[in-house]
Design a protein around this ligand. Structure first.
Ligand SMILES: [Zn+2]
Length: 47
């Protein structure tokens, strides 16, 4: 439901789990500042 998601993103904007900053653009999960710090999350590798 698109309207519900829009409302949810407005009230609870996606935040970086590392620094708690609002992530822009939304949908990335981690902000650009913290991305280099967590390569294991940003780059899942096949063993
Ligand atoms: Zn961050």
């Amino acid at each position: 439901m698109r309207l519900l998601r829009l409302l949810n993103d407005t009230v609870f904007p996606p935040r970086c789990p590392v620094c708690e900053q609002i992530v822009t653009p939304p949908g990335r999960g981690i902000c650009a500042a913290c991305l280099p710090r967590v390569p294991f999350v940003a780059e899942p590798r096949c063993l």
